[in-house]
Design a protein around this ligand. Structure first.
Ligand code: TRP
Ligand code: ZN
Length: 868
């Protein structure tokens, strides 16, 4: 057996022994033998005589030379991960030639082929698969890149920065040279070569810079690129207006590729995107797809400042750029449209996925302390909880204080590779505030639970909140210190009017919880207030407010905070589910709750999008997060019953609402129409639970819609409800959309999400379908990652769900470990299931552990899980 992978620790950080000032790359592109000639100016960093140790993997070293003198084999040492050169002068020109095989690069890391095009993915540690280098983000160099390739097959040769030379070469080849004046870490390096359709536009920055915008898509897809281009221009304008940050090169390129492990990559001046976050028209993309494009285009663009100009010192600091950039893209989406809807969706991601990660064997702080495989830390914790931590700073400082902090951060650190600590310090210094305790959000993993008890004294008109916080232990962190938790509060009278209370600890409706146990006294309560806590989800915590159903219904009726209104309904659903589970009794939603929902649906002034969200019950996966020991069948059954009860008792109202909001006229993408579709389609998903002929006809008509949002909603409603038309819809949809891979992904996902006993067999069969392929991450995520989030079907008592997923993981361990690792996350929590499932899960994990050539990505998770 080969040696076990080793962990790196955050506190072991050492500055690099050498720096690289310039890199000149000359790349001869070829399917199986691309040659990379890399000429670097290397300089010793500090007084030491240590050798130069370069990272390098999966390539063939052809030659090494110092100042033009080729080294002999005894002048360097090579392992499968490093190249060590001793006796280097303090400054020199180091040349390295390597050979790589892009066409066989199925891991999609380094230089690979996506369809007919060459492209690269270097974050986090992919550059070391292109050439030997100091592959760490604190080594910043100026890159010049020359690409050579066949001119007819690869008319576009792209790299970072500006094009500075080009010309024809022998045998029908050509070359282009690019120069990027901004020193950058190698993870931001990119090249692309291919034949594309090109959408062009321009943007003039607030500084008067004229920027060419270029969007490269597969031939024939130009019509699907306009929305991404509009989103890009909107992002550029928004970053100027809200953050005062302008673009800094004369050209900004985005390339859409079909083979990509993640969403998109912010390479300097040359973003590479998963095609699903670029291509959209109303026939082949849903409303949600359009919104995702807006958000991902924004995200990658915003990285130009928060990530590229100011980058990370080491990968433990990943949340420095990702948490902040997610916060920025969330704010962008919210400023563009439907802020409350975006916020509630972000909260749903936190509660369903991040809270689950926090209670799993892989729990880690937003700034991890220990990493084996960096690719395992591009997580909802680093990204989304990281964004929540930035949002809490924003809540505590206000927009102007936060912007003052941002300004200082940029002034101090532009052009540098820095730490989360540097960001916090800038926020502190710009605001004369002390974030000592707040820093614990960076240090401690786990989700705190805040428990609130209220009391009211009529005679003194005082209202008290007794708050405790507790954070469960996570691996390696048995004891937790209290967090600084901003709690935004709202008070209403019994009649639903806003109520102003006085409290010395209250600052702009926010109180800071800083101790394990704390009491806040409010005065001026002329009657007992109805209190709403954590308005806007002001902190990433579990809230235990001990509300009665009456209080929840009051909040649902009164609160002007979209989160609080939505959450009240969620809590009502959860209670009904939990009580059915714990009493092993049929689910029963109270008449008051039904009436309240009915009332909401019939109010003329309600935002239809929020009504849609209100009607959507928590997923089985989200419900499972409420349990230390997960009762799979009981949760599944309670959730199904709740849907049926809502469908039955609200039937008339749902019909009326459907009729009032169902599509009329041509599809348009705007906030009002999106909201109408959300509500109509949510109603339809409930109505489909009735086997009526009238409803079947409605589904059949809706399935013929002129847009994918409605068409897919009809499919989804029929499949989820197992309506009699479901099988026909599945066939017709496949017939209609075969050949449109991104649309077929939704077809795969709908079937994998179905809460039916035959879903497993269906998913297995679909792995053989022409629309599926193990080679493309989008296909794997659509079918198999979706299945891993289908609680009751993944966790079948017979273990077949586990066997299916681990079989796929074994296969992808060889070809694409990054994707394999993403499928593994749902299997790590064996401890939270009954003995039978524990045994089944452990057997699968132990078998994975014994795999020869187990990838680091999988090793880290399996080991962590089995160590529990
Ligand atoms: N930095 C990218 C983003 O935030 C993330 C990313 C894209 C990535 N591709 C990757 C991370 C591959 C790891 C591996 O949007
Ligand atoms: Zn990012």
């Amino acid at each position: 057996m080969s040696k076990l992978p080793t962990a790196k620790y955050r506190l072991d950080y050492q500055a690099p022994d050498f720096l690289i000032d310039t890199v000149d790359l000359d790349i001869e592109l070829d399917d199986h033998a691309s040659t990379i000639r890399n000429v670097m100016r290397v300089r010793r960093n500090g007084q030491h005589q240590r050798p130069l140790v370069l990272d390098g993997e999966n390539m063939q070293l052809q030659a090494v030379a110092i100042n033009g003198e080729t080294l002999t084999n005894d002048q360097f040492q090579q392992t499968d991960a490093e190249l060590t050169i001793t006796g280097l002068p303090d400054e020199c020109e180091l040349s390295i030639e390597t050979l790589v095989d892009p066409a066989n690069n199925t891991a999609l890391e380094g230089l690979y082929k996506s369809g007919g095009a060459f492209c690269t993915q270097c974050e986090a540690e992919g550059f070391r698969r292109i050439t030997y280098y100091l592959d760490r983000p604190d080594v910043l160099a100026v890159f010049t890149t020359t690409l050579h390739a066949d001119k007819s097959k690869f008319p576009y040769l792209l790299a970072n920065g500006n094009p500075v030379a080009q010309g024809d070469e022998a045998q029908g080849r050509h070359f282009v040279t690019w120069h990027d004046p901004h020193p950058k870490p190698c993870y931001l390096f990119a090249v692309v070569a291919g034949d594309f359709d090109l959408l062009e536009d321009t943007f003039t920055t607030m500084e008067g810079r004229h920027v060419d915008l270029q969007l490269f898509v597969d031939k024939g897809n130009l019509g699907r690129a306009t929305f991404a281009m509009e989103s890009l221009k909107a992002s550029m304008k928004w970053d100027e207006e809200r953050f005062g940050l302008a673009y800094d090169l004369d050209i900004y390129m985005v390339v859409a590729v079909n083979f990509f492990n993640m969403g998109a990559m912010e390479n300097k001046g040359l973003n590479v995107f998963n095609a699903k976050y670029v291509l959209a028209d109303s026939r082949t993309a849903t409303d949600q797809d359009f919104l995702n494009i807006e958000s991902v285009i924004g995200h990658e663009y915003f990285h130009n400042w928060t990530g590229n100009r100011i980058t990370c010192r080491d990968w433990f600091q990943l949340s420095l750029k990702e948490g902040l950039t997610v916060f920025r893209d969330q704010e962008f989406s919210g400023d563009m449209s439907m802020r409350p809807v975006h916020r509630i969706n972000d909260v749903r991601i936190m509660r369903t996925h991040q809270f689950a990660e926090d209670s799993s064997p892989m729990a880690h702080p937003i700034r991890p302390d220990k990493v084996i495989e960096m690719n395992n830390f591009y997580t909802v914790t680093v990204y989304n909880k990281g964004a929540e931590v930035i949002r809490m700073m924003h809540t505590l400082l206000g927009e102007s204080g936060f912007q003052a902090g941002m300004k200082l951060y940029v002034e101090r650190h532009d052009g540098q590779a820095v730490t989360c600590e540097d960001f916090i310090s800038a926020m502190e210094d710009a605001n004369q505030i002390d974030f000592t305790q707040f820093r614990r959000w960076y240090e401690q993993a786990g989700t705190p639970t805040v428990r609130i008890k209220e009391s009211y004294d009529e005679t003194t008109q005082q209202y008290r909140l007794h708050c405790t916080q507790h954070t469960p232990a996570t691996p390696g962190q048995p004891e937790k210190q209290p967090f600084h938790i901003p709690m935004r509060v709202q008070f209403y009278t019994e009649q639903g009017d806003a109520m102003q209370l006085q409290c010395a600890d209250l600052k702009d409706d926010v109180i800071s919880l800083q101790k394990e146990e704390q009491t806040f006294v409010f005065s001026g309560a002329t009657s007992k207030p109805v209190a709403g806590f954590f308005a806007g989800f002001s902190a990433p915590v579990r809230i235990d407010a001990g509300y009665t159903e009456g209080q929840l219904l009051n909040l649902l009726a009164y609160s002007d905070d979209p989160f609080i209104g939505w959450d009240s309904a969620q809590q009502i659903y959860l209670r009904a589910i939990k009580s059915a589970v714990s009493n092993d009794s049929p689910l029963q939603l109270s008449g008051d709750a039904i009436e309240a929902l009915q009332h909401q649906l019939t109010q003329p002034d309600r935002d239809p999008a929020l009504l849609a969200l209100l009607l959507q019950i928590p997923s089985e996966e989200a419900v499972s997060g409420e349990y230390e020991q997960i009762p799979v069948e009981a949760i599944h059954s309670a959730c199904q019953q709740l849907k049926v009860q809502l469908a039955t008792e609200l039937k008339t109202t749902l019909w009326q609402t459907w009729k009032a909001f169902k599509p009329s006229g041509e599809y348009q993408f705007n906030a009002d129409d999106i909201a109408r579709r959300m509500l109509a389609n949510t109603c339809l998903s409930y109505l489909a639970l009735h086997p009526d002929a009238e409803i079947e006809q409605t589904l059949i008509d809706h399935f013929k819609a002129d847009n994918l949002t409605d068409e897919l909603a009809a499919l989804q409603a029929a499949v989820m409800a197992d309506h009699q038309c479901a099988a026909d819809f599945i066939d017709q949809f496949a017939e209609r959309w075969q050949g449109e891979a991104l649309v077929m992904d939704k077809w795969l996902a709908v079937q994998a999400a179905a809460p039916h006993a035959n879903t497993l067999a269906q998913v297995k069969a679909l792995t053989e379908h022409a629309a599926f392929s193990y080679d493309n991450p989008n296909r794997v995520y659509a079918l198999l990652a979706t299945f891993t989030h289908n609680l009751a079907q993944l966790h079948r008592a017979d273990g077949e769900g586990y066997r299916l997923v681990t079989e796929v993981i074994r296969r992808l361990n060889e070809s694409n470990p990054q994707v394999a690792s993403r499928l593994l996350s749902s299997l790590l929590q064996w401890k939270r299931f009954d003995q039978q499932r524990q045994d089944l899960l452990k057997t699968e994990l132990q078998a994975l552990r014994k795999l020869p050539n187990l990838a680091n990505d999988l090793f880290e998770k399996v080991e962590q899980s089995l160590a529990e």
